[in-house]
Design a binder for this molecule. Structure first.
Ligand SMILES: Nc1ncnc2c1ncn2[C@@H]1O[C@H](COP(=O)(O)OP(=O)(O)O)[C@@H](O)[C@H]1O
Ligand SMILES: [Mg+2]
Length: 355
């Protein structure tokens, strides 16, 4: 802890002050009594008033101690918020479309992480249209998450350009552009707030909508069993009546959160990586039923989870090496898709009892 020494110093001062003053008061009073100037009755009176004064003084020192301690925390907090964002933020409004007819295009995009030598993405070109069920598959480290980070403008491309309805995404207001995407990353986080606030990712929210999203995510039964419904706190950090939730339930809450945002593009970036391959497939498949007319991008290193998608992008070493529907990709002998599929086939040929 940053204030460790300072706080220990203040604590020491408070304790030393306490004992020195007590000792001093008794000395003065004993001396006064010996001289005959202080009566036994006034000793009690003096002692209690000095103790009151002491208690107040100690309270003051403790308050200063807390101030110093919290200052150390807030300093960190504000230094984080003060980190300048060098990214260019445009001012163009994103057109609000009832029909959600947005198109996104990657035009020869390459990307290298700051301070990295190798490119994480190389010459990626593709078009996303609303309503498509698209999949991004490939081995770990092939660039799938990086592709999504660029799509959501967490980074800008090192080369090339990303266009929304034909306009460079850098020209749009950042907040408005972000409102188009709802992403569940592999390392999503839930907070020790109420279930409803977790679904809405905010303090004030539409209860009806939160319930229907939880319902669609498959948590209806769990919700009815919770002591305070949507107001039940997750975990015990802030509320002793909070509930523990399993990994599978956490994923469903994260999916409900993705639905609640009601964005035209939803991305599931392996939030199900902790599940076995067959369960992941079931979650993805179910999601495709509830996602309506939205564009959903399913990401997985397990090809079978995404085989129902109309359009599958195969990433390898930062590039799109194949593109198409499952059957067509599988038919391309010697292709990366067929190679990965055959390597992973063992997961799906085992009987359920073996899993
Ligand atoms: N923050 C980062 N800094 C530097 N390199 C990174 C960072 N994140 C990912 N990479 C590298 O970029 C490549 C692609 O990673 P990633 O997009 O996470 O792959 P995937 O999601 O397909 O597993 C990998 O080589 C990885 O090591
Ligand atoms: Mg990833």
């Amino acid at each position: 802890m940053q204030c460790g020494l300072r706080c220990a110093g203040l604590e020491l001062i408070a304790t030393a002050m306490n004992y020195t003053l007590r000792f001093g008061v008794y000395l003065v009073l004993i001396d006064g009594a010996l001289q005959g100037g202080v009566t036994a009755g006034s000793i009690a009176q003096y002692v209690s008033s000095v103790m009151l004064l002491l208690t107040a003084a100690i309270g003051l020192v403790r308050a200063v101690q807390l101030l110093v301690m919290n200052n150390a925390y807030t300093e960190r907090f504000f230094s984080y918020f003060d980190i300048p964002n060098p990214m260019y933020h445009g001012t163009l409004s994103v057109e609000k479309r009832e029909d959600n007819d947005y198109s996104i295009e990657f035009r020869d995009v390459s990307f290298r992480y700051p301070n990295a030598d190798a490119y994480a993405l190389r010459h990626v070109s593709l078009k996303l249209r609303i309503g498509e069920k698209m999949a991004v598959v490939g081995m770990n480290g092939s660039g799938k998450t990086t592709f999504i980070k660029l799509l959501c403008r967490l980074y800008d491309p090192t080369e090339g350009v990303i266009l929304l309805n034909g306009v460079d995404i850098r020209k749009y207001s950042y907040a408005e552009y972000l409102s188009l995407f709802s992403v569940v990353f592999q390392d999503f986080r839930l907070f020790a707030f109420s279930l409803g606030q977790n679904v809405a990712a905010g303090a004030a929210y539409d209860r009806q909508r939160a319930v229907s999203c939880l319902d669609e995510a498959g948590l209806r039964d769990r919700l009815t069993r919770l002591p305070a419904g949507l107001d039940t706190a997750l975990y015990h950090d802030f509320d002793p009546n909070g509930v523990a939730i399993s990994g599978g339930e956490a994923q469903k809450i994260a999916i409900a959160r993705a639905l609640y945002k009601n964005a035209p593009f939803i991305v599931l970036d392996e939030p199900t990586a902790a599940l076995d391959p067959v369960s992941e497939y079931e979650v993805y498949r179910k999601f495709s039923e509830i996602s309506g007319g939205k564009t959903v991008i399913y990401i997985s290193h397990r090809l079978a989870s995404c085989r129902f998608c109309d359009d599958i992008l195969v990433f390898h070493e930062g590039s799109i090496v194949q593109h198409g529907a499952h059957e067509a990709l599988l038919a391309q002998a010697g292709g990366k898709y067929a190679e990965l599929w055959n390597a992973q086939a063992q997961y799906y040929t085992e009987s359920p009892a073996d899993r």
